[in-house]
Design a protein around this ligand. Structure first.
Ligand SMILES: [Zn+2]
Length: 467
């Protein structure tokens, strides 16, 4: 290919760099350097694809949309379709399970529950391994191939492990995952085993696993694919591109996501900012993050900040007081020391959104309400609807505003929770740093199976009562 006909993707890849996000440092590193945090100051890194240098964004948008009907694997993938804004050249051996392409549903019952005229749910649980992690993992595992790693590792509350295991298997790399023993749902663990991962169960919590991962990453054959990895964020940012394409580039007033390790909110924030830099959208949606009360270090920090003006370079606090014993049944966000908190906080402050927390009861009831719209999700995803209800009550979201909540995981990721809620046996056990008594969660929208006589009349009577 001659210089003259080089594609936008190749131009982007050639110019892309890794950059420390802390304004007082801002150190720049090569795109193929295997680093996960800034070697100079320890700050978080992000990939800079120099999007503002892309001249014809209208042409780019037309190209992306035309790929929707193309049979080429990279065009079918809802991530690689946007490859012009990913830091790889055209010859990279991209890894895909045809991730992305997730639906946006209208959810009228959930909207009424929240006090909104309308509410839309973008369901990232419809990805190949059943969670939002796949959009980032296809990119991180591709980068692992590019840098010549043999093993890909992550610490996980379950969804990252399942995703990493599948994509590493796809790429012919050995996946290895570190899990807090006894704290992962059976479904998520089963996925990792099935994809051939080395599953290491650790006596400790997720945050202990994260510390070990950082030590393992010093080995040259091992590539770390946690959300601290800036390439994961690059894949996940494409969710913003896909969402805007599905909305015909009409920016919603609010986008609301659950908050665990904070990679998802960081990525969406970056995606929307890149679209604005390209001129494909003219404003940012207000990005809000919802945590579970028992694992809400960033919500607590946010509540303590003075009211901030929306600005491009908000001042970020130096430290976050971590939650030593995170406690929630929403295991996907049971994280007390979120690694991407600075990126997420920056994205929220730049957009004018909020970070709040919701109770176990609020999560459980919101989850059942989403179910009544015919949409299944895992408990962590339901923090969004629970949080939107609170933000509407507080006046941050107005009744007629357009709102999209991002559901992060499939309902079958945690069927035991769903069953316990509807049977009335859902409870959060005690444990380190918790009260001895379990917290019992009443199912306000319980729908337990009914024992019924095997006769038509008995069943018709039961139906009559249900109506
Ligand atoms: Zn730095």
């Amino acid at each position: 290919m001659t210089q003259k006909s080089a594609s936008v993707a190749e131009t982007t890849a050639a110019k892309a760099a890794q950059r420390c996000i802390l304004p007082e440092c801002g150190a720049v590193y090569g795109i193929r350097e295997r680093i996960y945090v800034c070697p100079k100051c320890g700050g978080p890194l992000e990939v800079d694809c120099h999007v503002s240098e892309i001249r014809d964004s209208g042409e780019l948008r037309r190209k992306w949309e035309s790929r929707g009907t193309s049979p080429e694997p990279r065009d079918i993938s809802g991530v690689w379709r946007y490859r012009e804004l990913l830091p790889f050249d055209e010859s990279a051996a991209f890894v895909t399970l045809f991730e992305g392409n997730t639906p946006i549903y209208d959810a009228p019952r959930s909207a009424t529950y929240c006090g909104l005229d309308a509410l839309r749910l973008k369901h990232q649980g419809c990805n190949p391994t059943g969670s939002f992690k796949d959009t980032g993992m296809c990119v991180a595992v591709t980068q692992a191939l590019v840098v010549g790693a043999r093993t890909v590792v992550c610490a996980s509350t379950g969804n990252t492990a399942a995703s990493l295991a599948a994509y590493a298997a796809r790429a012919g790399l050995q996946p290895a995952i570190l899990l807090p023993r006894g704290q992962i749902t059976a479904a998520k663990l089963a996925q990792s085993m099935d994809y051939g991962a080395l599953v290491c169960e650790i006596d400790g919590n997720f945050d202990d696993c994260m510390r070990l991962i950082q030590e393992l990453g010093e080995n040259p054959s091992i590539y770390v694919a946690n959300s601290i990895n800036p390439f994961r964020i690059e894949g996940q940012k494409t969710v913003a591109f896909e969402m805007m394409s599905q909305c015909n580039w009409q920016v919603p007033d609010h986008v609301v996501v659950p908050g665990g390790n904070m990679g998802n909110s960081s990525a969406l924030g970056k995606g929307f900012e890149e679209l604005r830099a390209l001129g494909l959208i003219d404003r940012l949606p207000k990005l809000s993050v919802i945590q579970a009360e028992g694992a809400s270090p960033l919500a607590r920090l946010f509540a303590s900040l003075p009211p901030a003006k929306v600005s491009a370079e908000p001042s970020l606090p130096e430290t976050l007081k971590f939650e030593e014993h995170p406690r929630t049944l929403a295991t996907a966000i049971k994280i007390g020391a979120p690694v991407s908190w600075k990126k997420a906080l920056r994205a929220v402050l730049r957009s004018g959104g909020k970070i709040i927390s919701v109770s176990e009861q609020e999560i459980a009831d919101a989850k059942a309400m989403i179910g009544r719209d015919g949409i299944g999700c895992e408990p962590a995803s339901a923090t969004t609807v629970a949080g939107i209800k609170k933000l509407v009550a507080a006046g941050h979201i107005r009744q007629g505003e357009s709102v999209i909540a991002v559901l992060t995981g499939h309902v079958l990721k945690d069927p035991d929770y769903v069953s316990a809620y509807h049977r009335g046996t859902l409870a959060l056990d005690g444990g380190k740093g918790a009260p001895a008594e379990p917290l019992r969660i009443a199912g306000a929208f319980r729908n337990a199976p009914q024992h019924v006589e095997p006769s038509k009349s008995a069943i018709l009577k039961m139906l009559e009562q249900k109506r």
